[in-house]
Design a protein around this ligand. Structure first.
Ligand code: NDP
Ligand code: MG
Length: 332
């Protein structure tokens, strides 16, 4: 079993006297900046432009700085910008001001692992990857909890990179839950794999095909939506709280029998073969290369994909049912 670090294993001392520059004030950036500040750490918010998040940071009581200003006066530089812009920001606004003893910190290993960012050897490079979206990282912290995170070190010039990674993890609340150590390679490859074959790609495609199959066979779209898409959350919540056994215990015997026999016919071994192919493309760097190229050309695949989803029957039905679905949800 991997070692799990919790609050009692970690001290904030190694970062207490340091100034932290949080670059980006979006999903993760806002959460980290607020949590770090509440933990007594000196934080500067560095931004590329006076856009929405500039205003948000001001509303939260920060005085945002231009990226290079924030970098120049800080010891620990945390990249919480979209992965695809980090390389340019690094080359133009961070690298010129890097000094020995500074730290480059990431929430995802992509840019380092695929060598889009190649740091000099006299800085520490480490990662803290929270296992939840930014708003949850903030919400849990504010309520006294925290979301688990992975930490990793890529370059340990000071000899204290892991201690600092754990301290940052503590300051954002992650050790209140638990933190485990990984490598940039493992975090990057597993993260990409999960979102491609399962979390974002696989699950959405599975729900859409199930919905479409019912609708094409003449069933009412509303009924199909409840069954194939909406109920997914209820099942996943059961798995989240009680594991597969707990989920199976909660459903009927008919569902157990049908699920166990027909599930394997629909999602058969050939799916695993294609998952292996996806993993190969991640490990060889082929996927990263393709995504960087696509981003450089304007990422039309994403724009077109969003349009196709928006205009699909399942999405239209979902929009019209969401009011009913959410009306019945108890207020927590
Ligand atoms: P966001 O997309 O939420 O970042 C938005 C921030 O980046 C805003 O401050 C925004 O400013 C700025 N920004 C966006 N586009 C540009 C641009 N073209 N030029 C300059 N500034 C820009 O990022 P995330 O929080 O989602 O991700 C940050 C890091 O955290 C990534 O490495 C990601 O992989 C990692 N991560 C993210 C998780 C998540 O759940 N989101 C989970 C775990 C890790 P403006 O308001 O002006 O647009
Ligand atoms: Mg991911």
């Amino acid at each position: 079993m991997a070692k799990i670090y919790t609050d009692k294993d970690v001290s904030l001392d190694v970062i207490k006297e340091k100034r932290v520059a949080v670059l980006g004030y979006g999903s993760q950036g806002r959460a980290w900046a607020l949590n770090l500040r509440d933990s007594g750490i000196k934080v500067s918010v560095g931004l590329e432009r006076e856009g929405n998040s500039w205003k948000q940071a001001e509303n939260d009581g920060f005085k945002p700085l231009r990226t290079e200003e924030a970098v120049r006066n800080s010891d620990i530089i945390i990249f919480l910008l979209p992965d695809m812009i980090q390389r340019t920001v690094y080359l133009e606004r961070v690298k010129p001001y890097l000094k020995e003893g500074m730290d480059l910190v990431f929430a995802h290993g992509f840019n380092i692992h695929y060598r889009l960012i190649e740091p000099p050897s006299n800085v520490d490079v480490y990662m803290i990857a929270p296992k939840a979206p930014g708003p949850i990282v903030r919400e849990y912290f504010a309520k006294g909890g925290g979301v688990p995170a992975l930490v990793a070190t890529y370059q340990d010039h000071s000899g204290k990179a892991l201690q600092k990674a754990l301290a940052v993890a503590k300051a954002i609340g992650a050790t209140r839950a638990g933190v485990i150590e990984t490598t940039f390679k493992e975090e990057t490859e597993t993260d990409l794999f999960g979102e491609q074959v399962d979390l974002v790609g696989g699950v959405m495609q599975l729900m859409r095909y199930a919905f479409q199959t019912l609708v094409e066979a003449g069933y009412q779209p509303e009924v199909a939506y409840f069954e194939t898409i909406n109920e997914m959350k209820l099942i996943v919540d059961l798995v989240y709280e009680k594991g597969f056994s707990g989920m199976l215990t909660a459903v009927s015997d008919t569902a157990k029998y049908g699920g166990m026999t027909v599930g394997k016919m629909v999602i058969d071994e050939s799916v695993k073969e294609r998952m292996k192919k996806a993993l190969d493309n991640i490990r060889s760097g082929k996927f990263a290369e393709k995504w960087v190229e696509e981003y450089g050309k304007g990422a039309n695949t994403i724009k077109e994909g969003m349009k196709e989803v928006d205009n699909s029957t399942e999405e239209k039905v979902g929009r019209s049912l969401r009011d009913i679905i959410l009306r019945g949800k108890p207020k927590s």
